[in-house]
Design a protein around this ligand. Structure first.
Ligand code: GLV
Ligand code: MN
Ligand code: MN
Length: 410
């Protein structure tokens, strides 16, 4: 048996909300810092050299004696932070599986020819500061460090303030080309966030591509007023415009077989008996290709504008982040399929597109040879406390990752 179960149970209580059963691990908050401590202690217990880079990503190096520390490294890992009330698996499954795969290949006597590095990328979900994959975007120059430092979190503090309060140096944020140059390949194992593997009866799959996606902030402004005394025809109610935009988003995404979600809104003054003055709504939009995504967002923005005019309010739309279509490195992908198939007695290994974003996509966009493994999720549910993978499938994922590590490290 591999070391997965023990490691998994160590991490499981950290940041789990007793009421919802969901995880709340947000950049630089106590739960996320506890996850960092767990990663560092787990790596040190294995004799790995641990470092936290300027973008607060954590790296644990295995460089056996005689191995050139500057040879292109094989990097395995994922992230430890979560969405609000997220599941246990999105992110941590990849990190814990990387440790368990490392343990398994060491037990089997493997000595790699090149450095093997485990990584936990910072702030993948962007739950606190709004930009997904902040750690990998900063490292690869896909997020401007000045913009990152100034991002305002949900508690009103900037990223720079939150970092300083926890002993991180905000001035150190920014592109890290030397570190990127040291990465030979990055392989991220992740729980599947859909039902492809269940439908195909496979425990493990390989990623093909990531849909283009983006986050957009729509701010609707009207006039606060009394909920009882203000006649309907006298109102300038931004909630009404927002509601039309949400319905338009749902219809447009259905028609184009895309995704549009308003998962977060803020209302001011947020009183039951007051017409709101402001509604801020965050749109997450995704599609199979770039033109479809652009048309989807344009249609939603148009509908928001029309609804705002009709209700005597205004709307402005700000793009917070975008991620282009990403196809994973074809030779590496084929190699993973081959290696995993052989390790699973020739079973056929599904190759899947995904509509979820990942640090692996950010690194691949930056030119790093990158691949992903997916582990079956029986319901497909993710970003929810109900996210799940059977222990047996988690072990299958570790075995697959160990096979990939063995193949690529020599
Ligand atoms: C990350 O999980 C995302 O796809 O939003
Ligand atoms: Mn996620
Ligand atoms: Mn993830």
């Amino acid at each position: 048996m591999d070391s997965f179960d023990g490691l998994w149970s160590e991490l499981a209580p950290i940041g789990r909300h007793a009421g919802t059963g969901g995880y709340r691990r947000f950049a630089f908050d106590p739960a996320e810092l506890a996850c960092r401590e767990w990663f560092i202690a787990t790596a040190q217990a294995r004799g790995l050299d641990v470092e936290t880079d300027g973008n607060t990503n954590i790296w644990a190096w295995w460089v056996p004696p005689g191995v050139d520390p500057h040879a292109p490294a094989l990097v395995l890992g994922s992230h430890l932070d979560s969405v609000p009330d997220g599941g246990a698996y999105d992110g941590p499954l990849g990190v814990v599986s990387a440790f368990a795969a490392l343990d398994a290949v060491r037990d089997a006597g493997l000595v790699p020819d090149r450095p093997v590095v485990l990584v936990a990328f910072a702030d993948e979900e962007g739950a606190r500061f709004g930009i997904a994959c902040a750690g990998s975007r900063l490292m690869t120059g896909q997020l401007d460090p000045d913009k990152a430092r100034a991002l305002v979190g949900r508690d009103g503090r900037t990223m720079a303030e939150a970092m300083s309060a926890e002993g991180f140096d905000p001035a150190a944020l920014g592109p890290d080309p030397e570190r990127i140059a040291r990465i030979g390949e990055f392989v991220e194992l992740h729980v599947e966030q859909g039902r492809n593997l269940v439908d195909q009866g496979a425990a493990v799959g390989v990623a093909e591509s990531i849909w283009p996606h983006g986050r957009y902030r729509l701010t609707f402004r009207g006039v606060a007023d009394h909920a009882g005394t203000t006649r309907m025809q006298d109102r300038k109610d931004p909630m009404v415009a927002y509601a039309h935009a949400a319905l338009a988003a749902d219809a447009a995404a259905r028609e184009s077989d895309s995704r549009a979600t308003f998962g977060r809104i803020e209302v001011e003054p947020n009183g039951t008996n007051a017409v709101p003055s402001t509604v801020r709504a965050w749109l997450d939009a995704r599609a199979a290709d770039q033109p479809t995504l652009e048309a989807l967002v344009a249609r939603i923005a148009d509908a928001a504008g029309v609804a705002a005019s009709a209700s005597g309010t205004t709307v402005d739309v700000v793009t917070e982040s975008t991620t282009p279509l990403l196809s994973f490195d074809l030779p590496l992908r084929d190699r993973l399929v081959d290696v995993v198939a052989r390790s699973r007695a020739g079973e056929s290994i599904p190759v899947l597109p995904t509509a979820a974003g990942h640090d692996a996509g950010i690194l691949a966009t930056a030119g790093v040879r990158t691949a992903m493994l997916f582990v079956r999720n029986p319901t497909g549910i993710s970003h929810s406390p109900d996210e799940f993978a059977e222990p047996e499938d988690c072990h299958a994922g570790v075995a697959a990752l160990a096979a990939v590590l063995t193949d690529l490290a020599r």
